[in-house]
Design a binder for this molecule. Structure first.
Ligand code: AQP
Length: 336
């Protein structure tokens, strides 16, 4: 066995429901890029998950390939990681059904994201929204992932994945690896610029709530200038100053400076000055990503190849797990 085989497996996905935000970047993708050296990483575009809420099919289709380009532009390297589109590996949907038959209605009813999303989509509380954590469990367990990078909002979903896997292993033998949370130290949750008590989301109706990775410099600076902050002008990190604290977290993660250093740098400077500085910093950081993205989009054929290669590699691992699962359950596969 060579060293490559000994690497632990890390898996994560992102929905093609909008152009990635600075929240997605800081909370997820920036970290995905870093861990590629140490782990065997699989990153996928979770287009099946995006069906749980109503979206325009044309936009989802467009955003799926754009999202692959964005991942590559953000530094995900296909020589180190497997990048694929969820719907290209039908094993996800197959394992999801098997796991749904081993998940209790009561467990799914307790998921806070289901409660949140069904209150936001009262006209479309569909069974897929309810079963979302089961598909997510299938995504993770198919690849025998050891680690899943998660923000606070996904904690409960990983817990239920572990519960399902443990239950399955108890009934049918040692089938699934039990995944662990991989929690990064800094900048795990970036909040909305207009409502710093709720998280920055790419599908927010108000574009002033988020910075898109593709926003131009002018737009980025304008959005930061409009960001909601409290009435005093001191640049101090504190729980009772969620607006400025959120901006300081962003500044700190992107600049690599600590919160203390950020406080010192901007002591006595006022919000206006700080907001311009953060706008300049973020725009400058995103520029090379935007340039690389534009270049990648010019070569659709290359992007398609990336997706097909990724799907092929992912399918091999996924099929091995699903065959093991079917065998343990007495479900006949074609090569019986
Ligand atoms: N605001 C955020 N701060 C930190 N991390 C975030 N993530 C999302 N928003 C923030 C992380 O990004 C990864 C991919 O998320 P997703 O696309 O699967 O769905 P999400 O968490 O629901 O992200 P959005 O942007 O809020 O999407 P919509 O608007 O479609 O619901 C995850 O690792 C997530 O933690």
């Amino acid at each position: 066995m060579n060293m490559e085989n000994k690497k632990q497996v890390m898996l994560s996905g992102i929905q093609p429901t909008g152009i990635f935000t600075l929240g997605n970047y800081i909370g997820a993708i920036k970290n995905w890029e870093k861990v590629q050296q140490e782990y065997k990483c699989l990153y996928f575009i979770a287009n099946l998950h995006s069906l749980t809420v109503k979206n325009d099919p044309k936009i989802i289709k467009q955003l799926t390939l754009d999202s692959v380009a964005l991942l590559l532009a953000c530094g995900i390297d296909i020589k180190k990681s497997i990048v694929f589109i969820q719907s290209h590996v039908p094993r996800h949907a197959e394992l999801s059904w098997v796991l749904a038959c081993h998940t209790q209605f009561g467990e799914l009813s307790r998921m806070t994201q289901f409660k949140d999303k069904s209150s936001k989509n009262a006209d479309n509380i569909n069974a897929g929204l309810f079963c979302y954590p089961v598909l997510m469990a299938a995504d993770i367990l198919l690849y025998q992932a050891n680690y899943v990078p998660i923000g606070a909002d996904q904690k409960q979903h990983l817990e239920i994945t572990r519960d399902i896997a443990n239950r399955f292993n108890k009934l049918y033998g040692d089938i699934f690896e039990i995944p662990n949370p991989y929690i990064q130290k800094k900048g795990a949750r970036i909040m909305s610029l207009q409502d710093p008590t709720s998280k920055m989301s790419k599908s927010d109706n108000n574009p002033n709530c988020y910075i898109s990775i593709l926003d131009t410099k002018d737009v980025i600076i304008k959005k930061f200038k409009r960001a909601v902050t409290d009435s005093d002008t001191n640049i101090i990190y504190s729980d009772d100053k969620p607006g400025i604290s959120n901006l300081m977290t962003i500044y700190s993660v992107i600049s690599g400076k600590s919160i203390k250093e950020t406080e010192q740098e901007f002591a006595g400077k006022g919000y206006g000055y700080f907001k311009t500085a953060i706008g300049e910093l973020v725009a400058c950081h995103l520029k090379p990503i935007q340039d690389k993205y534009e270049k990648l989009l010019e070569d659709k054929k290359y992007l398609q190849e990336v997706c097909l290669n990724g799907a092929e590699q992912a399918s091999k691992i996924a099929s091995k797990t699903l065959n093991k699962v079917y065998k343990s359950l007495g479900i006949l596969t074609k090569n019986f």
